[in-house]
Design a protein around this ligand. Structure first.
Ligand SMILES: O=S(=O)(O)c1ccc(O)c(O)c1
Ligand SMILES: [Fe+2]
Length: 357
């Protein structure tokens, strides 16, 4: 269900940034290796069925919860709001959107204060909170960091069938578009939207949804991403690498996509750009530009377009997905009839990137 026009809605909550995700995993110890031994995330707390993890620059209790469960899924995408009062605004805003809303007391999620949980109009389980327990910030604990140190959570990427509708919903929450991918007929394939002054807190990927495409963490340097690749090679777990390393066209970030033991996609990302001025220009990419998703023109592996994580509703049940009706990026850019170009003057020849599958 897509919201009524923003004009009729009450004041939205003041979202600061994406703040934490909760992923359901089927084997907690197997996942513990991936998120702590490989990625080096810090264990803030551990219970019988969950791990609460944070990156080195984070002082809130966690930015990722991994919880044991029967079916791998994304259980929550949480945003931090600026004041406790914003919880009232969130509750009012989502009740006006006529979607399921739950106000939960502090401690419902370990380390997190009172929160408002909703099933947003796109079908995602989203939480808004302000208060959270402060824990030690390991910004300069270089004795703990390791060569692949991850600094902080950077963004969520969600798969949704109608990107323009999803964009309107997030614009209603005060998010702005930094970049998008479209074609000459006006079909929009993806959009990147932000509240914090970076390229995105959430990216909208056109496809069957609601599904969670990836959760991204930021490092400070490309060398840390390369170390993670070398680490995976050294322990003969290189099959956790799905795509990259490489340089994105959109966002200009250096990237690596990993698949965790349940197939949840985790991006390690660095080096995007500042978007904090009010007149930050929007960058629109042509869907046929072969450098849009990889600046060096490397192909996007088909699994990156096809696969994403199931999301749960507020009762913990998997959400059915709605099929995308608009054209699909993988179909218009690779495969039998798809094409991309490197140089614009080759478009007329329907230039096909030979090396793309
Ligand atoms: O592949 S894209 O260059 O479109 C891209 C840009 C930024 C991201 O965070 C991402 O996941 C993908
Ligand atoms: Fe990303």
């Amino acid at each position: 269900s897509i919201p009524p026009a923003a004009a009729q809605l009450p004041t939205p909550p003041d979202v600061i940034r994406c703040a934490y995700a909760e992923l359901v995993v089927t084997d907690l110890q197997r996942s513990r290796w991936f998120y702590t031994e490989l990625l080096g995330l810090v264990v803030t707390a551990e219970t019988e069925d969950a791990l609460y993890l944070r990156a080195f620059e984070e002082y809130l209790h966690h930015s990722l919860v991994i919880r044991r469960g029967p079916v791998a899924a994304c259980a929550k995408l949480a945003y931090r709001v600026r004041t406790p009062r914003d919880l009232d605004l969130a509750e009012e805003y989502y009740r006006a959107l006529e979607v399921p809303v739950r106000r939960v007391p502090a401690g419902t999620t370990k380390g997190i204060g009172e929160a408002v949980q909703v099933e947003d109009p796109l079908g995602f389980p989203v939480e808004f909170f302000h208060d959270a327990e402060h824990v030690e910030r390991f910004t300069q604990r270089y004795d703990l960091h390791g060569a692949g140190a991850i600094s902080r959570l950077d963004h969520f990427n969600v798969v949704t069938p109608d990107v323009p509708a999803a964009r309107r919903y997030y614009e209603g929450l005060g998010f702005k578009v930094s970049e998008d991918i479209a074609d000459s007929e006006g079909t929009v394939y993806a959009a990147w939207m932000y509240r914090k002054p970076t390229v995105h807190d959430v990216a909208l990927t056109g496809g069957d949804g609601p599904r969670m495409h990836h959760i991204a963490f930021a490092t400070h340097e490309r060398s840390q991403i390369l170390h993670l690749c070398d680490h995976l090679g050294a322990v003969r777990r290189s099959d956790h690498i799905e795509r990259g390393p490489g340089r994105h066209g959109v966002s200009n970030a250096f990237y690596l996509y990993l698949l965790d033991p349940d197939g949840h996609r985790i991006e390690i990302y660095t080096h995007d750009y500042y978007t904090g001025d009010p007149d930050n220009p929007v960058i629109t990419w042509d869907v046929h530009d072969n450098q849009r998703r990889d600046w060096w023109g490397n192909p996007v592996v088909p699994s990156w377009y096809a696969n994403a994580s199931t999301v749960l509703d507020l009762d913990g049940d998997p959400r059915p997905v709605v099929e995308r009706r608009d054209a699909r990026e993988a179909e218009v850019t690779i495969g039998a009839d798809g094409f991309s170009y490197t140089r614009r003057d080759e478009v007329e020849q329907g230039f096909k990137v030979g090396h793309q599958v």
